[in-house]
Design a protein around this ligand. Sequence first.
Ligand SMILES: [Zn+2]
Ligand SMILES: [Zn+2]
Ligand SMILES: [Zn+2]
Ligand SMILES: [Zn+2]
Ligand SMILES: [Zn+2]
Ligand SMILES: [Zn+2]
Length: 212
Amino acid sequence: MDEVDNLLSDLTSQMSSVGIAGYQGKCTLCKQNIINKGTYVEASGLRWHKPCFVCSDCKADLTQDGYYELNKKLYCKTHYVERSCDKCATCNQPISDQILTALGGQYHPECFKCVECQSGLHGKTYFGEAFKSYCEPCYHKKFAPKCAACSKDIIAAGENSFCVRAFDNRYHSECYKCVVCSVPFSNDEGKGAIQHKGQLYCKTHYQTVSDS
Ligand SMILES: [Zn+2]
Ligand SMILES: [Zn+2]
Ligand SMILES: [Zn+2]
Ligand SMILES: [Zn+2]
Ligand SMILES: [Zn+2]
Ligand SMILES: [Zn+2]
């Protein structure tokens, strides 16, 4: 009986290493075989079972919000930041003297930079989130809503103050007009905007373009 058991376990271990149909390598976390395509996650050249691709601390699914690696373990952003505390989020070196805490990350003051233009953000106005910090000009360039008519930034003094929302787009109020006759649209009967191929027309000019 023992012999059979031994034989069986030999057989299983042989099977588990090579020759199994669909064998995809070993899971980095649990070291078990990954059998089928589509059941694993590949990251940094390593593979995990989907259920194993979780934060080492809170077991959060990392396929959704991204993963962070520290000492060959995976973490969600929150726990990565916690674990890597006293390490600079930019250069990954320990921070000994002055720690700058911003946007949920810790930095050497000189390492806290705009990810777009690399200008130092220490002591300046900054935007964004951990690992994605921007200086004010870059943030506006990247995230300011654009006018769908003139493609320029809409920098509103207050939300909506200079901008019209229509057709899931935003427009400068001065750009919210017919592209042919430049008559501004209003809510009055027959004075509204009609969208055609991404451009706005008054009722009259919509008829001319839609006929052609
Ligand atoms: Zn696994
Ligand atoms: Zn976590
Ligand atoms: Zn640093
Ligand atoms: Zn910048
Ligand atoms: Zn505009
Ligand atoms: Zn018109």
